[in-house]
Design a protein around this ligand. Structure first.
Ligand code: PMP
Length: 357
């Protein structure tokens, strides 16, 4: 007899590894193309020498480095095995009953509905506007007395759209202060609009606001799994209670500290990515695609029913991109030659006829 598993998990698709296509260019996971800096590699190697010892479960040194970087207290900082682990832990600390609601825009980060269901809570998904952006009015209207947690992603994954500070503040004013609002800023470093909100700053005066950042994107440590939350000490203390012990490993902690030290060099790299993102968008629009403005390191092509076929065709042309159901396809900005390969595929007259015709 097989063990009985929670039946509701049947509705979560089993994990299917991304298609392996040796030699293909990968523009599917919003990673950076450049590896860690030599100083970061050195820190990782040194940490590996003591891999027989458990890591610091409180990640004291890393949390102190993050706190110093943001000008907050260590008590305001939690770290996680990627910020996705913190997303799951945030559901765990706010939701206790199956009727408890987690509210977020849709489409947004695909982990939100999964961590909500795993946490035994109810996902309330509010459709994006026609411009693929957060519909804050509709989100405010969807709040009920059962709402426990709200995820707001800026820039939004997978559409790349960003909201301004005033717009967000208006929404936050409409949210009761017993509801935790999580500003997921995984792509913060790629924002170039002037009036973008900084979740850490907003959280200073709003204790129900917590911000998530990650070392996976601009800092280039996706393979090591480390992200962090900055928020009110009471929320941070709760996060520490549900944290899987030792889940931020020794190498990840050392690499994150070294990356923060080298942040100027790492953040300079984002300018190249932003330039490529904008170049790709211009070329795609010129070819006839609809591409919402992106403030992240990726672009969104709302291709509807044709999304999956577009993803297959792109993979056959040697470029892996990320189709999302019948909504669209997300394309990460990679190195110029990788992006050129994608653009050559996407602007090929046969491809245009097939997918835009
Ligand atoms: N939030 C958003 C919006 C993301 O896109 C991602 C990664 N795809 C994450 C959080 C999680 O990143 P990580 O777990 O690597 O920190």
């Amino acid at each position: 007899m097989t063990a009985r598993i929670r039946p509701d998990l049947d509705s979560i698709p089993a994990y299917t590894p991304g298609r392996s296509n040796p030699g293909a260019v990968k523009l599917a996971s919003n990673e950076t193309t450049l590896g860690p800096l030599p100083t970061v590699v050195k820190a990782i190697a040194e940490a590996a020498e003591t891999a027989n010892r458990y890591p610091d479960n409180m990640a004291s040194e890393l949390r102190a480095a993050v706190a110093a970087f943001h000008g907050v207290e260590v008590a305001n900082v939690a770290v996680g095995c990627g910020s996705v682990a913190l997303c799951q832990e945030l559901v765990q600390i706010t939701c206790a009953a199956p009727t408890d609601e987690v509210l977020f825009a849709w489409r947004s980060f695909e982990a939100y509905p999964i961590v909500t269901q795993v946490g035994n809570a109810r996902a309330i998904q509010v459709p994006l506007t026609e411009g693929y952006a957060h519909d804050f009015e509709a989100m405010a209207a969807a709040i009920t007395e059962r709402t426990k947690l709200i995820f707001v992603c800026n820039p939004n994954n997978p559409t790349g759209t960003a909201y301004g500070r005033a717009e967000l503040e208006r929404f936050l004013d409409a949210v009761a202060d017993h509801i935790l609002v999580v500003l997921d800023e995984a792509y913060y470093e790629y924002l170039r609009v002037d009036d973008h909100p900084d979740g850490v700053e907003i959280g200073r005066t709003r204790p129900n606001v917590l911000v998530l950042r990650t070392f996976s994107k601009a800092y280039g440590l996706a393979g090591l799994r480390v992200g962090y939350a900055v928020g009110d000490p009471e929320v941070i203390t709760a996060l520490l209670k549900v944290h899987i012990p030792f889940s931020v490993n020794r190498l990840a902690q050392a690499a994150a500290i070294a990356s923060l030290e080298a942040r100027h060099e790492l953040l300079d790299r984002t300018d190249h990515v932003v330039a490529e993102r904008d170049r790709m968008r211009t070329a795609l629009i010129a070819a006839g695609y609809t591409v919402p403005p992106s403030e992240a390191n990726f672009l969104w092509l709302p291709l509807g029913e044709r999304s999956a076929d577009f993803g297959e065709a792109s993979a056959s042309a040697g470029v892996l991109v990320r189709p999302y159901g019948i909504d669209g396809v997300r394309v990460t900005a990679g190195d110029p030659h990788e992006n050129d390969l994608f653009l050559a595929f996407a602007t090929d007259p046969d491809v245009l006829a097939r997918f835009l015709g």
